[in-house]
Design a protein around this ligand. Structure first.
Ligand SMILES: Cc1cc2nc3c(=O)[nH]c(=O)nc-3n(C[C@H](O)[C@H](O)[C@H](O)COP(=O)(O)OP(=O)(O)OC[C@H]3O[C@@H](n4cnc5c(N)ncnc54)[C@H](O)[C@@H]3O)c2cc1C
Length: 541
């Protein structure tokens, strides 16, 4: 077999944004790092791609809301070209009756909008927002450190327990109840309890469930509200929603530039076929063309099912660990349709005098029950008759994405199954694309005749093209039973795996999916701690 000339300190499988983050930290600490990405492009699900001549879109992830400020600052991403502008409004919902509601960065403007529907809810809205932000601050520190390992006894176990307690030492009794309620309760119950107006409830629904399994009435669905209230953006604003200039790929490009500046070697079109394990220890990887790439440690930015079930020989893993990995909930449930349009969507109900950037996003989900019915259909393997579609006309904020007169619109569809009960996605792809167009046309009737190009990504396409097992955008559903010390599986949340020298560094590890850079940063720190402890660096060739 051909073999690369010398052993690397670390080889990283996949070139997603988390792998690039890990590469930048490891190379910055002096390790010789190689990243191996199977696609021709780095970034995984955080990319900008040409979808028609001269028209570029954030084909998968499309809004930067959770990228950790620490990663931005420590890796100098602004100096590597990263520019984000706040979405303002952060949300805009046109309703079928021609009314609309928006959530502005200016609270007076939001209050004015809410008061048209319910003065009581308007007051309540800000009180609840403050409370949620306060509660989210308790969770924030956990994002950039490994979760406690409750399986550990002795001093280390006690240190972990104390660390957990320290973060909550100031929490009050009522705050504890609220936090437990939010971590375990349903979004629908929460919104119904706190707001009287259905449209205001829908505004709070709209950004809280993306990518998740379960409708708004499912227990555990209120968790997403807290996730989105972490600090984000260069200015560290809680609840930040940002458009990225140059599309989401600009984040990955800035991370890649930081990694390369630190000395990392980044390679594309290098699919890894297997992880080389000898005597229970990862020794490197083997590429699909047979090339061996030896390394002292291997990090995988691919999802846990891909890493443990496809890249490793089943005999290398304990049976109960494999079974746990097999049962990680993935199964869709989202799709994306990207469009090039010859004219901007004219959305019924959204004021025409808003500026282009204010007209850059609109969400089509009229009520909580509508969302619940969509999930019900998807749950049984059906494409919902009524689709929840989140639209972003990115070229309204960044005109460089398309030539003058053209527009790029990306549409995220919440709730479609990975497995269709009565058909398959290769047969249904274009019919599904048509259904998305029909949904949008109910609100923006000029869209169907303005379509110049359409790029449909079903859950199956997300799996085939982006390597996401079962099309799951987070490498495993973000539900409490698959988070924190349970991610990817109980007992293995600290980035290490049952194979010595093999680490998980992607969204399948704590704290989970979204463009955060957090799993990549945390995994790199764990590798560096182990590296120091084992003094692996001493006998480098
Ligand atoms: C349609 C969609 C919309 C989304 N919207 C948003 C959003 O607006 N905001 C947000 O914050 N998040 C969003 N997300 C989620 C977010 O993009 C992901 O959770 C995140 O990007 C995962 O990053 P990662 O680096 O952990 O993994 P990935 O981005 O999945 O990267 C893993 C990489 O590993 C590569 N790989 C896999 N197997 C191999 C192999 N054998 N050899 C070599 N390479 C391999 C893959 O090709 C891929 O490049 C969205 C995701 C999708 C799909």
């Amino acid at each position: 077999m051909p073999s690369s000339s010398h052993t690397r300190d670390a080889v990283i499988i996949g070139g997603g944004h988390n792998a690039l983050t890990a590469a930048a930290y490891l190379a910055g600490a002096g390790l010789r790092v190689t990243v191996l990405e199977r696609r021709e492009i780095l970034g995984g699900c955080c990319v900008t791609e040409e979808i028609a001549p001269g028209c570029r879109a954030s084909t998968t992830s499309y809004i930067a809301s959770m990228l950790r400020p620490e990663v931005i600052h420590e890796l100098g991403l602004a100096a590597h070209g990263l520019r984000m502008v706040p979405c303002d409004p952060a949300l805009a919902i046109p309703f079928p009756d021609g009314s609309s509601l928006a959530w502005w960065n200016d609270s007076a403007r939001t209050a004015h909008a809410l008061e048209q529907f319910s003065p009581r809810d308007s007051r309540q809205f800000f009180r609840i927002d403050d409370e949620l932000k306060r509660l989210a601050r308790y969770l924030e520190p956990f994002f950039l450190q490994p979760p406690p390992d409750f399986s550990r006894g002795g001093v280390l176990g006690n240190v972990d327990r104390l660390r957990l307690g320290a973060h909550f030492r100031k929490i009050t009794g009522p705050e504890t109840s609220r936090l437990v309620e939010l971590l375990t309760g349903s979004l629908g119950d929460f919104l119904q309890r706190n707001f009287e107006n259905e449209k205001i409830r829908t505004l709070l629904l709209a950004n809280s469930l993306y990518g998740k399994h379960g409708g708004p009435w499912q227990p555990g669905s209120s968790l997403g509200m807290l996730f989105h209230l972490l600090r984000g953006g260069i200015k560290e604003v809680q609840g930040f929603y940002g458009h990225v200039i140059g599309g989401m790929g600009a984040i990955s490009q800035a991370l890649a530039a930081a990694a390369m500046k630190a000395g990392a070697d980044l390679r594309t079109a290098c699919p890894v076929a297997s992880i080389d394990v000898r005597a229970g220890r990862a020794q490197g990887v083997v590429l699909q063309d047979g090339t061996e790439v030896p390394a002292r440690v291997v990090l995988s930015g691919a999802d846990p099912k891909c890493t443990f079930l496809r890249l490793l020989d089943a005999r290398e893993l304990p049976e109960d660990f494999r079974r746990r990995v097999e049962s990680i909930r993935m199964n869709g449930p989202c799709a994306k349709v990207n469009f090039v349009l010859a004219e901007e969507p004219r959305v019924h109900g959204l004021p025409e005098d808003w500026s282009p950037s204010e007209r850059a996003l609109f969400t089509l989900v009229p009520s909580l029950d509508f969302a619940e019915r969509s999930y019900d259909a998807a749950k049984w393997g059906k494409i919902p008759a009524d689709l929840w579609v989140d639209c972003v006309v990115a070229s309204n904020v960044d005109p460089t994405l398309a030539p003058a007169g053209s527009h790029v619109m990306t549409c995220f569809v919440q709730y479609v199954p990975y497995r269709l009960a009565e058909s398959d996605w290769d047969t249904q792809r274009e019919a599904f694309g048509d259904a998305v167009v029909r949904t949008i046309a109910q609100y923006a009737s000029n869209v169907p005749r303005a379509i110049v190009a359409r790029h449909v990504l079903t859950p199956l396409d997300l799996e085939r093209t982006y390597g996401l097992t079962e099309g799951n955008i987070f490498h495993g559903d973000l539900s409490l039973d698959q988070l924190f010390f349970m991610r990817p599986v109980p007992g293995w949340s600290q980035y290490r795996t049952p194979i010595d020298g093999l680490y998980l560094c992607g969204a399948g590890a704590h704290p989970g999916g979204g463009v955060t850079g957090a799993p990549g940063r945390n995994a790199a720190h764990q590798v560096l701690r182990d590296w120091k402890r084992a003094r692996l660096g001493r006998s480098r060739n």
